[in-house]
Design a protein around this ligand. Structure first.
Ligand code: RFL
Ligand code: PHB
Length: 393
């Protein structure tokens, strides 16, 4: 007999792992197939900011023990432009919302440990090659594990395999529509063994380009610089990175950027992308497999978590009632939140970055918008509500 599961999950990133956790707790059986090895998945540097709703779901699924001990709770961010700084107070502007600084790598480690502790199936080194039969009631996952070709038949397949995954290809061309925007700049991200020079994240707009000061712990800083697409990390010796960060964060006041040993560096392209619908037959897409946002709004991981919450609820409903009604509503429910986050991420990105094709006129519009955020509680609240996370769907 062929191996079979109710929900076959392609990809063991945050979307796949959290979905598996939620399904396991509702008594829905599933298998996670992840192409990479555990150590690789646990150390891939990605997101750092969790919204209230993401923390809530990690807590309610019993996955927030270490998060509640170690995460840093932030009540705002700083925006910098024209050599001055403006703080947004999230709880005051949003009726009490805040964000958590807890690295995606840590969320992933916590979820993997729980999955293994539960004895729930999670296969590393399982490279999915294709998903077939989306329009049948027995879709099949074809994958390679330990040099052997294998298959897994499923009632449903969920593609949590990120932007470059294969599950999206199971949907015939023409059955889904994609929307895309590629930005004319990238982020150069570093990790440095130096205490953060700030208590909260700093998003800086400057004529030299955007910079972001984030953090991973009281001892480790995470910083990003806008750079041209195609930038080679070898062209950026440490001194040049720190000098450029210094120049972009500079304000007419007392502030100093502390420097330290750089332990990781990478260039990350930026893209907006949406697949509509997020379901076709018995194949569903979640997280980055379905949509991508540029990281300026800190939304990607939170969107992935929101998708799988909706999906887990739909599978639990199916199990309890036999009704597919929530699965049928899955795509429309998620896309409302996705498009809001797409807009916000685009807004943050285009307001804060320097576009090489832009004129001085465009640059003045950007600073006018930032001035407006500083002057108007309504404009500030709009940014704060989106950043700290909206209740949608
Ligand atoms: P992932 O994390 O890409 O996981 C997909 C998993 O699928 C596996 N896979 C396959 N497995 C089997 N067979 C195949 N054929 C497979 N193909 C792929 C991959 O190995 C991988 O393990 O997608 P997921 O789970 O949807 O999670 C999405 C998030 O990772 C992503 O949205 C965020 O990291 C985006 N993001 C941020 N999001 C936030 O909410 N807050 C942030 O502060 C934030 N900062 C960021 C970010 C993304 C960044 N990069 C790298 C673009 C900062 C950066 C720099
Ligand atoms: C991060 O800490 O990696 C981070 C924080 C905020 C962002 C993007 C990335 O907007």
């Amino acid at each position: 007999m062929q191996p079979h599961t109710t929900v076959g999950i392609v990809g063991g990133g945050p979307a796949g792992l959290l979905l598996a956790r939620l399904l396991h707790r509702s008594g829905v059986d599933c298998v996670v197939l992840e192409s990479r090895e555990r150590a690789y998945v646990e150390h891939r540097q990605r997101a750092g900011i969790l919204e209230q709703s993401t923390v809530d779901v990690l807590r309610s699924s019993g996955a927030a023990g270490r998060l509640d001990r170690e995460a840093m709770v932030h009540d705002g961010i700083e925006l910098r432009w024209n050599r001055h700084t403006h703080r947004l107070d999230f709880p005051a502007l949003t009726g009490g919302r805040r964000v958590w600084v807890y690295a995606q790598t840590e969320v992933v480690k916590d979820l993997i440990a729980l999955q293994i502790e539960d004895g729930a199936p999670l296969v590393f080194g399982a490279q999915v090659r294709a998903v077939e039969g989306a329009d049948t009631d027995r879709p099949v996952i074809h994958y390679t594990h330990e040099d052997r070709d294998k298959t897994l038949t499923c009632d449903y397949v969920v593609g949590c395999d990120g932007f470059h995954g294969v599950t999206r290809r199971a949907v015939p061309r023409g059955a889904i529509r994609t929307y895309e925007r590629v930005y004319p700049y990238s982020w150069f991200g570093i990790l440095a063994d130096v205490p953060p020079s700030c208590d909260e994240l700093i998003y800086a707009h400057s004529p030299r380009g955007f910079a972001l000061h984030s953090m991973r712990s009281p001892e480790v800083s995470r910083l990003y610089l806008q750079v041209p697409n195609g930038t080679d990390t070898d062209d950026w010796p440490d001194e040049r990175i720190w000098d450029e960060l210094d120049a972009r964060f500079a304000i007419d006041g007392d502030w100093k950027l502390e420097r330290g040993p750089i332990t990781a560096r990478a260039v990350l392209p930026m893209r907006s992308f949406v697949t509509e619908p997020m379901r076709w037959g018995r194949v569903l897409l979640a997280g980055d497999a379905a949509h991508i946002v540029p990281p300026t709004g800190a939304k990607g991981l939170n969107l992935a978590a929101a998708d799988v919450v909706v999906l887990a609820r739909a599978f639990a409903h199916l199990r309890a009632t036999g009704s597919e009604e929530l699965l049928e509503a899955y795509s429309a429910t998620c896309l409302r939140r996705v498009w809001r986050a797409e807009h916000f991420s685009w807004f943050m990105t285009t307001t804060l970055h320097t576009d090489p094709a832009h004129s001085d006129f465009d640059a003045r519009l950007q600073t006018s918008q930032l001035d407006r955020i500083a002057a108007s509680r309504h404009a500030a609240a709009e940014l704060a509500e989106n950043y700290a996370g909206l209740e949608i769907g």
